[in-house]
Design a protein around this ligand. Structure first.
Ligand code: SF4
Length: 393
């Protein structure tokens, strides 16, 4: 059934269909929306009849997914109408949750928040927003918590999963967003995937990465697991869990040792390089090799592939960011891109694979305690974060 469902939209004779009969369903109303399951953000076309979802198709004119979706986006929609779905606000009275009207709920919330604020102060209140919500909703949520309640206690999943990406990229590039678009895969000559399993976690982007690897474009997978992408990889660096930092330091070491830096780029577009170079060359390569458990020859070969490619793109996921050294790892990925000139043009760059469809927006809108909308430091209102080059750490 899994295979049948995968092929349902593409079967040219309609001999294979799916249990929702997606292709046969004719409804007057089609709603274009965005899948919220993962960070790819596939466009979906939802066939609606009498306010019920009848089927979901993937539009061919969608830039992100061009007729593709994974199983989740196309078929996992029955939850919206599930009998367990809560359809009215609930207020706990005498220990039990009882249905209430929206007016009652708003009055209850306002009364409780006002009482807590006047009794204990605004810092006794916190708000959690969501990277599955729109920019407008996220902006309003943080504005409410900051301007109405009066506290910076606002957070969201954007900070939890990828704050090391935001911070690491802000420190190195000045901004925490992906530097390139997925479309750039058409132009790349090398892909490096670190701490991510995109064919499972970001299936539509994963399929595009797989296509690139299957075309024979060199790929490097840095992951303790033998992921599907690892099976196609030119280099699979199967490091010990939690050792991304020494492995990337080894890659930098060999790129510098072998004179594979993009010297023009480094001289004109980075700062602090000489100190950085000395630090990297001063590292104990025996110790790094021992720590990460990958032979220096393997690392050197992968480093040469990445640095010699005309254009190399890197992708990273939670296997980078959900480690205590996540920020440093992201900075090293950015350093690799800068040292080799793989930034600022098509088919290159540093591309985090985010967890939800609007992680970037939730962070941009300021749904995190330390930074407001536009990444302004909450301790210095009105002063933008400093932009830093390759160094200092
Ligand atoms: S790849 Fe992600 S965004 Fe696209 S359909 Fe699947 S879960 Fe949804």
């Amino acid at each position: 059934m899994r295979e049948l469902r995968r092929r349902a939209q593409a079967c040219p004779t309609s001999a294979i269909s799916d249990i929702f009969e997606s292709k046969a369903v004719a409804t007057a109303e089609k709603v274009r929306t965005v899948c919220t399951y993962c960070g790819v953000g596939c466009n979906l076309e939802v066939a609606v009849d009498s306010n019920k979802v009848k089927s979901i198709q993937a539009p061919y004119d969608a830039e992100v997914n061009q007729g593709h979706t994974c199983l989740k986006g196309r078929f996992a929609f029955s939850f919206y109408d599930h009998p367990d779905r809560i359809r009215t606000p609930l207020i706990r009275r005498n220990g039990e949750l009882v249905p209430a009207t929206w007016d009652e709920a708003y009055d209850f919330i306002a009364e409780k928040l006002t009482a807590i604020k006047s009794q204990h102060g605004p810092d006794f209140i916190a708000g959690i927003s969501s990277a599955r919500c729109t920019n407008e909703e996220n902006y309003l949520m943080q504005k409410f918590i900051r301007a109405v309640i009066g506290t910076n206690n606002i957070d969201s999943c954007a900070r939890v999963c990828h704050s090391p990406t935001a911070l690491g990229m802000q420190r190195t590039f000045g901004t925490g967003a992906a530097t390139n678009s997925i479309e750039d895969l058409k132009y790349t000559k090398c892909i490096m995937i670190i701490g991510a399993n995109p064919t499972d976690a970001h299936p539509v982007t994963g399929a595009k990465l797989k296509q690139v690897a299957m075309k024979g474009i060199p790929s490097i997978v840095i992951d303790p697991r033998r992921t599907e992408m690892a099976k196609y990889a030119t280099h699979h660096l199967q490091l010990r869990p939690g050792t991304n930092v020494p492995l990337l330091q080894m890659m930098l070491y060999y790129i510098i040792m072998d004179g594979l830096e993009d010297k023009t780029f480094v001289a004109s577009r980075t700062e602090g390089y000489e100190g950085f170079r000395q630090q990297i060359l001063g590292l104990d390569i025996d110790k790094l090799e021992q720590t990460c458990g990958v032979s220096r020859e393997q690392v050197r070969a992968a480093a040469r592939t990445y640095a010699s490619a005309e254009a190399a793109m890197s992708f990273h996921g939670l296997g980078v960011t959900e480690h205590s050294q996540g920020t440093l790892t992201v900075m090293l990925i950015a350093d690799l891109a800068m040292v080799t000139g793989n930034i600022g043009r098509r088919g290159v760059g540093v591309n985090p694979l985010r967890g939800q469809n609007n992680v970037q927006g939730a962070a941009d809108m300021g749904c995190q305690p330390h930074q407001g909308a536009g990444y302004l430091d909450v301790t210095k209102p009105g002063v933008p974060q400093p932009v830093r080059g390759v160094l200092p750490r």
